[in-house]
Ligand binder design. Sequence first.
Ligand code: ADP
Ligand code: MG
Length: 275
Amino acid sequence: MAATDAILVADKIVVRFETAEGPITAVDDVSFNVRPGEFFSLIGPSGCGKSTLFNVIGGLLSHHDGVVSVAGETINGPHQSIGMVFQEESTFPWRTVTDNVAFPLELTGMARGKRIERARHFIKLVGLEGFENRYPGELSGGMRQRVSLARTLASEPKILLMDEPFAALDEQTRLLLGDKVLQIQQQLKQTTLLITHNITEAVQMSDRILVMTYRPGKVKRIVDIDLPRPRSSEIVTSEAFGRYVAQIWNDLREEASRGMRDEESHALHHHGPSA
Ligand code: ADP
Ligand code: MG
């Protein structure tokens, strides 16, 4: 794909960190393009540099090499064209669902009536109609993540960028929430970049999946997921789905094993072998 067809371009991203044990390269020469309306996922084992890339693309980290651009414009710092959803709980417990979703609109100075109307629209979109006046503490974890999603979507970002948004949820909730995200993505034609370590989730939702290596995080492969749309979680039982999962697991197994050995030798080095 020519870079000019892309809405998001990551070009030769390199991130190094200074650590107590010396410098490490967390992300090494990662380049990819995302097309308008595409659902693109980045998958890799824990510690391979996914969140580091998330922070670079979201403009939260600036000491990297390489360039991120959205619709031809280079990103320097947080940018309204990119809406981020984090793994951690990020709702405000003291605000109702409506006031959570309307919060970023409040910051832009939008009039109260208009932002409440906009918030209600996105609350409905994520399937939380009827919960407008509830507080996050009254909702399940999956519902709270939908509040976060509605809040991010309400700013109408060009790119929806999510870092393991469902990692804290059980597998059934995760699959059903995946359906919801797919429906919304189709409806809004929302360009989406999902960061995950979950193979099922990545195959269920993506048009393409970028598989990362472990340490340093490089591009191992980009896989086209040629499954019909619209999709739902029913697709996980199909043979074609199983083949994609197997193919990606083949790639990831090696990387995950390296990550595990790395952690083990680290533990040994620091704590010594146990008796
Ligand atoms: P992932 O999200 O894939 O689990 P991260 O991007 O969080 O991985 O981390 C990649 C590597 O970079 C890890 O080895 C991690 O310890 C290291 N790292 C991440 N952030 C920092 C930081 N601020 N300082 C030092 N090392 C970091
Ligand atoms: Mg992470």
